[in-house]
Design a protein around this ligand. Structure first.
Ligand code: TRP
Ligand code: SF4
Length: 400
């Protein structure tokens, strides 16, 4: 029930590139072996900025899932799904909107930033303002513990924590809460109930964070408690009401050390990307024409790797020996730039070869991809429905 689940999503922006791979997907592949992971395509979020060109979304959805699979996201380990196929996200979003102060949304830093940046679009819509609230529903509906995201998403996670806290505060109160919590504790057996009580006292009276952690772990282990009783015990531990929604934590993904071909952040809008399934000839050409330290006009002009984006690629792709060779060769003009780029070309091609190969199976048979996603949607929906039952119940909406 309160397993340490992970949820993360990505807007379908088209074919993924090396920046996505080194910045996020590689991390997801690692995480799927360690936690129950829910990875989804945030197609509704794509609509917040592409509401006038919705036709671009569908092909991007399948392309992105193919890239995930090709990179090693394994449907036998992680649940892959599509946001719009689990409409419970929208229901939770609506219910959460009732307790969301407008000021909280307006104060999310990405709101004004993006609105100012994307001036070619009218973004004075509710969908755009409500972006972080929909994102909150995405995560809270799975009662996830961790959300692996980059630095830019931290304010959104902070926001969803506040929403969860407010929800629990408003709807977690029930008549006779304390008695119910004590009754629930007894159901663990007298030894564990006593341990729970001791840990709770240690946390509440001495602020002992270790005691809080131990008590939580104790609750997480309990198999024979109902969902409602677990919520009570989690809430009682911290001195509030029932903890219906879980406050998720950021799991910060180190930002990709790989810049774009021009040294700026790799991004499709800067036209400086290498796509994961790009044709090898095109990749070679792009790297061969990458800008280098402008001081190296002629072959025997020495250069400074610090001023060259190719060097950043060496730092990601080359071993110490090759790095030393490039560094010294550059500073002494011992090697030419094309020579310096060759190991990078080889390494990128070696990395992407297996990805391109694995993708082929899915490109040839999109039904396979759609089946994987349908299966994931079903799994995700089951969990989402469980949470929604609790949420409706807490809000007094369980009449029929
Ligand atoms: N806003 C995220 C981004 O732009 C995408 C996203 C939507 C997301 N819902 C999410 C990420 C839930 C993590 C969890 O990258
Ligand atoms: Fe860049 Fe290598 Fe040329 Fe130096 S030798 S400028 S590091 S490409």
């Amino acid at each position: 029930m309160y397993q340490e689940r992970i949820v993360s999503g990505m807007r379908p922006t088209g074919a993924l590139h090396l920046g996505h791979y080194h910045g996020a997907i590689k991390n997801w592949v690692r995480l799927q072996a360690e936690y129950p992971c829910y990875f989804f395509v945030a197609d509704w979020h794509a609509l917040t900025t592409h509401y006038d060109t919705p036709e671009v979304i569908e092909p991007n959805v399948w392309d992105m899932v193919i890239d995930w699979l090709a990179c090693g996201i394994d449907p036998a380990q992680a649940v892959l799904f599509l946001q719009s196929r689990v409409p419970e996200h929208a229901e939770l979003h609506t219910l959460l909107s009732m307790i969301t102060p407008l000021g909280w949304l307006e104060r999310v830093p990405t709101y004004k930033d993006q609105q100012e940046k994307l001036t070619d679009k009218d973004l004075s819509t509710y969908g755009f303002l409500g972006y972080p609230l929909l994102q909150s529903a995405d995560v809270l509906i799975y009662r996830a513990k961790y959300v692996p995201v980059g630095e830019d998403q931290v304010p959104h996670i902070e926001f969803m924590r506040e929403i969860a806290r407010r929800f629990n505060h408003v709807y977690g109160k029930e008549p006779g809460f304390e008695d119910k919590a004590k009754e629930a504790a007894k159901k663990m057996g007298s030894k564990k109930a006593k341990l729970y009580a001791q840990l709770r006292t240690r946390y509440q009276e001495q602020g002992d964070a270790g005691a809080l952690e131990s008590a939580r772990a104790l609750l997480e282990e309990q198999q024979n408690l109902s969902v409602g009783d677990k919520e009570r015990l989690f809430g009682y531990l911290e001195g509030g009401g029932r903890m219906i929604l879980v406050e998720p934590e950021v799991m910060l993904t180190e930002s990709s050390k790989l810049p774009g071909l021009d040294g700026a952040k790799m991004s499709k809008s800067y036209n400086n990307t290498i796509a994961l399934r790009e044709d090898p000839e095109s990749i070679k050409k792009k790297i061969r024409t990458m800008p280098t330290d402008p001081a190296r006009v002629k072959r025997d002009d020495p250069g400074d790797p610090a001023k060259c984006p190719v060097w950043q690629f060496h730092l990601v792709y080359s071993d110490d020996k090759t790095q030393q060779w490039a560094n010294e060769g550059c500073r002494s003009a011992g090697i030419g730039c094309l020579e310096c780029k060759q190991p990078v070309i080889d390494a990128v091609l070696a990395e992407l070869g297996p990805i391109r190969e694995r993708a082929q199976k899915y490109v040839d048979d999109v039904t396979l991809v759609k089946n994987i996603v349908a299966d994931g949607c079903e799994k995700a929906q089951k969990l989402a429905q469980e949470t929604m039952r609790e949420v409706r119940d807490a809000m007094g909406l369980n009449y029929s």
